[in-house]
Ligand binder design. Structure first.
Ligand code: HEC
Ligand code: HEC
Length: 326
């Protein structure tokens, strides 16, 4: 009898301890930061795949290889201080840090900005001419081929099926009001100036002249035609990625702060891209926070730049049955 009792007790203990054990294991659905910890650089170098190594180097040292710091003028394709990784964070694998895993299979793809089906090389050139304030890279060049190879290689780091995919950017709840530029300036000094500096010009490494903290406005930043120059896009990027080092699981800024600070940085002077009026040939497809005209509505340029966006979103819903999220 005593023996049966003991067996019973030990089984109960076993049961409870396994419940506690299971409970303390990270739950599958919460491994959202999955690929963050990987050392991509080490993996690239280990591969000994020369094309991959070149693609990776172009992606992470863009300004030196094919930008303003390239020694040959014909190699100066980008026109600012940024690297691809300034925005495609953690070498292009940060969930909601505009990761580039899983991108290759989504192209060719329809794009509203050009109103046509475009290839991945053309999409990359969208970032070359806007985010990087440069000219287009020859689609048949060795450089483009290496970048495509690297982006395709990133597919292996796609989060497993049961984990949040994390592609693109994570939406925020847009405050239903105009951006408050004073609050944005305050949030900037409090949360951003430490690295990007009070004047937004970032900071170079004293050793090799490479920016450790990239500029957010001015001549060396993205131009006014870039996706990052839209308040909604910038607010989503900032909320879930800045101050640098945070994961989207644990943001520091509130939606209000991200919105105001995004409005603040995008009101500063930056390179201007020509012929922007030709973007979005089908005007009703233009994202609501695109800062430059023309628009298919009568809201002011200022409202497109600083909100409130809810009335614009409601207008397209009612008039064209289009649900706009950006
Ligand atoms: C200033 C920030 C910035 C820089 C620098 C930048 N990009 Fe982008 N990139 C973006 C934004 C914003 C998007 C659109 C994301 C969205 O709307 O979800 C994007 C989208 C892309 C896409 C399409 C992704 C998809 O999911 O469809 C590719 C490919 C890409 N960029 C490649 C590059 C390459 C290669 C470079 C370097 C030559 C580069 N980008 C530099 C901001 C940037
Ligand atoms: C701890 C330093 C640090 C802080 C604080 C910080 N950033 Fe960044 N930020 C970075 C780094 C580093 C990058 C580039 C990422 C890379 O190269 O891996 C970056 C990239 C960016 C980019 C995209 C690239 C560009 O230059 O446009 C934007 C936009 C940005 N930060 C905005 C902000 C805003 C807004 C804040 C404040 C809310 C902020 N950052 C706070 C370090 C920081």
């Amino acid at each position: 009898m005593a023996q049966t009792y003991l067996i019973f007790i030990s089984m109960v203990i076993l049961l409870f301890s396994s419940i506690i054990y299971l409970d303390t294991q990270p739950s599958e659905t919460h491994k959202t930061d999955y690929p963050d910890e990987l050392d991509i650089e080490a993996l690239v170098l280990q591969s000994e795949d020369q094309k991959l190594i070149y693609g990776y180097t172009l992606f992470t040292a863009t300004d030196q290889l094919i930008g303003p710091r390239a020694s040959k003028v014909e190699k100066q394709i980008t026109g600012n201080a940024l690297q691809c990784t300034s925005c495609h964070l953690n070498d292009g694998i940060k969930p909601y840090g505009i990761p580039l895993y899983g991108v290759t299979e989504r192209f060719p793809q329809y794009r509203g900005r050009e109103d046509k089906i475009g290839t991945l090389a053309e999409r990359i050139n969208g970032c070359f001419t806007r985010s990087m304030n440069g000219i287009s890279l020859d689609e048949n060049s060795e450089e483009m081929s290496a970048m495509l190879h690297y982006i395709g290689w990133l597919d292996q780091f796609m989060p497993p099926k049961d984990v949040e995919f994390g592609n693109g950017l994570k939406p925020i709840d847009l405050p239903n009001r105009k951006v408050n530029l004073t609050a944005g300036a305050d949030a900037y000094q409090k949360h951003c100036a430490l690295c990007h500096k009070s004047d937004g010009q970032g900071q170079k490494s004293p050793e090799n002249n490479t920016y450790i903290y990239p500029p957010l406005w001015g001549n060396h930043s993205y131009n006014n035609g870039a996706g990052m120059n839209r308040v909604i896009t910038a607010a989503q990027f900032i909320k879930y990625n800045m101050p640098f080092g945070i994961s989207h699981d644990a943001p520091i800024l509130t939606d209000e702060e991200a919105y105001d600070v995004a409005g603040y940085i995008n009101q500063q002077k930056r390179p201007q891209r020509a012929l922007l009026e030709k973007d979005f040939p089908t005007l009703i497809k233009k994202p609501v926070s695109t800062p430059y005209p023309p628009f298919a509505d009568d809201f002011s340029i200022e409202q497109h730049q600083l909100g409130p966006y809810q009335p614009i979103i409601a207008y397209y819903k009612e008039k064209y049955q289009i649900t706009k999220t950006k």
